[in-house]
Design a protein around this ligand. Structure first.
Ligand code: UDP
Ligand code: MG
Length: 328
């Protein structure tokens, strides 16, 4: 019987110092398996690409894909998934916070029949208190908004079956939010609990700004509940304003029309604030529609030692045409 091929996909953004140790530990952890490693250089500005080229020399299992600029973690993952050939795919970070030694246990769960195995960290031991707290709150809100429970602490350390990867390959959304997609997908899923380690070298690429942007993308990609909330808020304040209007008329008749300035200003400012928030929520969705209509390829590849995606489908065909001229 043919041995299953395991693809390990690793997005790398300025991770040069981590690459040698990462490759060594993956090679060791997977020595009993038939595997390939696909490292996606997400527009790094340090020596990451050089390290990837070095690692792949004379080692057929190590493949790399260099994106033309920084497209973001989720898109880098998607690029890796598009090019992976494995019977199952494992996505993992480059910083060794998620130890590759756990991959065999996840493969065992896949062999038992699970299609998606999400590794969740029990401790989040090395994250800051703020990150731990904000991620807990965020996943609660997201699960409530998204109609599908999104596994909390389930960042992007995950094993997926080939059939799941094929579905991901067909999705060409500009507003890619993989963590949400997996929970929406169904299939037989399970979690695998592990303990997170300290980042091996370098520092986190997710500052507050990037975290907020990922969070807002996650929510607006998977739910129109914020739009409904905006409407509910609008109706609520319209009723309130109506009530206040009646009170104002009554106040005229009973001669109590003095000194209303402070309350008037306060309510105007407050209501304008609410209106701006509601407009902002709607704008976020309109922006998404605009980006989808542009139909740009999700990412561009500037360099790679990989051949083209597993098989052609009409959507990838378009991407391929875009890609060919820039490939070296
Ligand atoms: N990453 C990426 N592109 C980005 C940001 C991050 O490919 O724009 C990669 C990064 O190199 C790492 C993984 O995504 O392999 C997770 O990033 P990081 O460790 O900075 O996030 P944290 O663990 O702090 O949430
Ligand atoms: Mg990390």
């Amino acid at each position: 019987m043919r041995k299953s091929l395991i693809s390990v996909i690793i997005p790398c953004y300025n991770e040069a110092e981590n690459i040698p140790t990462l490759i060594r530990r993956i090679n060791k952890a997977l020595r009993n398996y038939h595997y390939e490693v696909i490292l996606v250089n997400d527009g790094s500005t340090d020596n990451t690409l050089l390290e990837l080229e070095l690692a792949s020399q004379g080692n057929e299992q190590i493949k790399y894909l260099s994106l033309s600029r920084n497209f973001g973690h989720q898109t880098a993952l998607k690029a890796g998934i598009d090019y992976a050939r494995g019977d199952c795919l494992v996505t993992i970070d480059a910083d060794l916070q998620k130890p590759p030694e756990h991959i065999p246990a996840m493969i065992t769960l896949w062999q038992k029949g699970y299609d998606i195995v999400t590794a969740t960290c029990e401790n989040q031991g090395q994250s800051t208190l703020f990150k731990k707290w904000s991620s807990r709150v965020y996943y609660r809100v997201l699960s409530w908004l998204a109609d599908h429970p999104v596994i909390s602490q389930g960042a992007d350390f995950r094993l997926i079956d080939r059939k799941v990867a094929d579905i991901i390959r067909r999705i060409q959304s500009q507003n890619l939010y993989l963590r949400g997609i997996f929970s929406w997908m169904g299939f037989s899923q399970t979690t695998y609990v592990y303990c997170e380690e300290k980042r091996h070298a370098g520092k986190t690429k997710y500052g507050l700004g990037k975290m907020l942007s990922l969070a807002s993308n996650g929510i607006t990609s998977f739910s129109i509940k914020p739009l409904r909330l905006a409407l509910a808020l609008g109706v609520f304040f319209a009723f309130l304003a109506f009530g206040y209007g009646i009170y104002a008329i009554v106040a005229v008749f009973i001669g109590k029309t003095v000194q209303g300035w402070a309350s008037l200003i306060a309510s105007v400012v407050f209501l304008s604030g609410i209106q701006l928030i509601v407009l902002g929520v709607i704008g976020e969705y309109v922006g998404k529609i605009y980006r989808e209509l542009n139909q740009r390829p999700l990412y561009l590849i500037s360099k790679s030692n990989l051949s083209d995606p597993v098989e052609d489908n009409t959507i990838n065909q378009k991407l391929k045409q875009e890609r060919r001229p820039v490939m070296t």
